[in-house]
Design a protein around this ligand. Sequence first.
Ligand code: SF4
Ligand code: SF4
Length: 143
Amino acid sequence: MNLKEKILADPEGKSLVNCFSCGMCTGGCPVARISDYNPRRIIHKVMLNMEPEDIWLCANCYTCEERCPTKTNVADLINLIRRITIKKDGMPEFIKPLVENLKTTGYTVQIGELENKRRERMNLPAVETTDEIKKIIQKTTLK
Ligand code: SF4
Ligand code: SF4
């Protein structure tokens, strides 16, 4: 099965066919605003049986899904493409430290004294590390 067929075979991939390439997703995407990243192009390339690029740049903010007039689940589709890619090629090296962080602290980014001091200056509560994610990972196949 190629990527498009794998996506359409997955319950989370059904909305792929909704896209009519209007570009509203890219227009609202914060990552597209500061780079060449383009979620519309990712969906379009999959539809054309081409390999999409830049799938790791999505910040999972879901703005694209809020804006999409055809209810295409753009962010979920990109996450599905990532999962399919990891199954096929393994996890990219640059993701591994983020996963380790997630396992040990509950966050993909380091949260330490410096970050919490910054939060304090913005009147935000300190972020505590948690092992809840670690427990979930241990109980699932995401090892
Ligand atoms: S907003 Fe929706 S329909 Fe328009 S290009 Fe993006 S995914 Fe396709
Ligand atoms: S979820 Fe990803 S693709 Fe969608 S708007 Fe946010 S960063 Fe862009």
